[in-house]
Design a protein around this ligand. Structure first.
Ligand SMILES: [Ca+2]
Ligand SMILES: [Zn+2]
Length: 370
């Protein structure tokens, strides 16, 4: 008689163990794959949960673009992505994409791209060189130059006044192309460009906030398109410390900053950038220690025509003439920094940005003085 309850208990224990093991194996929470065979670069369900706010839906499939995981682990700029025996040229994938490259990692760890699904243990990523300078160095470098803390990075030595000229969508390759055609004589008069990277996603708000604060985007929050900076901007810091700083922009600035001067296209020539240049010169003359000026038309035209057609190049030449006008108005010893928020790449009908491609991630930073 005592044997039966024991046998029953053993059977029950075995059943519970099998149920527990099958939960562990089959409930999907145990998936993982590596990047470039590196066990420390593991994409799994807990990392997925951490980056959940980066989810997108393309063609009815919801997942997190693979690029978020690559950026998280510092594997970029991306040249190609290989998995399941096939290699995807990233530039070609971006050329045919509307927005992000729609290569998604699903919540079950499967990789989805253009209707095909693959379950893999590893993805191989070919990357190009990653420069050490980035848009995150701009804010601390300016504070350092103006003797308000920060750290020595891009600007060596101190200055009483700094002008930061932010030219939208001026990728490193786009700048080199314009330079070789003699379109950017005023910008290039300041010196050689430093090859730098921007932050991902390579979009305007995300990088404008990083430039203004020196703070990296928070991948868990996922609010890359919000206008609210994650911390104090250099403009706030300087104004609080008794120095004057302004951000001069068109009608829709990419970041919320208290001391913003906004201009519209009042002369009707199709762009507010000439009015913005004049306003920046006015602010400088009235004594701003830091004048930040943002030119947007280089981005607008690039989206419509792509970076390497006559229109895209022409928009850079126009901005270069405004840069020349600003440089002429500055006192000797003023430090000038030219930078951008992101680069750009050609797509079927124009241009875009936002990916981890070198074309989108590389920007020039030019530091000089008049
Ligand atoms: Ca105008
Ligand atoms: Zn844009």
């Amino acid at each position: 008689m005592p044997k039966k309850p024991v046998a029953f208990l053993i059977l029950l224990a075995v059943v519970l163990l099998v149920v527990a093991i099958s939960f562990f194996v089959f409930d999907g929470s145990s998936w993982s794959f590596t990047i470039n065979g590196d066990a420390s670069k593991n994409v799994n369900s807990s990392l997925y949960a951490k980056l959940e706010n980066c989810e997108r839906t393309y063609d009815g499939v919801t997942g997190i673009p693979l690029e978020f995981f690559l950026y998280y682990y510092g594997v970029y700029p991306v040249e190609s992505v290989s998995y399941g025996g096939a290699t995807l040229n990233w530039s070609a994938a971006a050329y045919s994409a509307d927005k992000d490259i729609p290569l998604l990692v699903g919540p079950d760890g499967a990789i989805h791209y253009k209707g095909a699904t693959a379950v893999v243990k590893n993805v191989e990523i070919a990357v190009s060189e990653k420069p050490s300078a980035s848009t995150l160095d701009i804010a601390p470098s300016i504070l350092y130059a103006l003797n308000e803390g920060g750290r020595e990075g891009l600007i060596h030595g101190k200055a009483g006044r700094v002008v930061l000229i932010y030219i939208d969508a001026l990728g490193y390759y786009r700048y080199e192309d314009a330079l070789s055609r003699g379109l950017v004589d005023n910008m290039s008069s300041l010196g050689e460009p430093i090859k730098a990277v921007c932050v991902y996603p390579s979009i305007t708000q995300n990088n404008a906030k990083s430039m203004a604060t020196g703070l990296a985007p928070n991948l868990s929050k996922g609010d890359f398109r919000s206008y609210e900076p994650a911390g104090k901007t250099i403009v706030d810091v300087l104004n609080e410390n008794g120095k004057s700083a302004v951000w001069v922009d068109g009608p829709s600035p990419p970041v919320n900053i208290s001391a913003t001067i906004s201009r519209v296209d009042s002369n009707g020539d199709g762009t507010p950038d000439d009015e913005v240049a004049d306003a920046a010169i006015w602010e400088y003359r009235t004594g701003a220690n830091l004048t930040i000026v943002h030119f947007k038309s280089t981005d607008t035209v690039m989206h419509a025509y792509g970076p390497y057609l006559e229109e895209g190049r022409g928009s850079l030449k126009a901005i270069d003439s405004y840069v020349g006008k600003i440089l002429k108005a500055l006192d000797n010893g003023t430090v000038v920094v030219i930078c951008s928020d992101h680069g750009c790449h050609a797509i079927e009908n124009g241009g875009n940005h936002g990916t981890l491609l070198p074309d989108d991630m590389y920007i020039p930073i030019i530091v000089g003085s008049v």
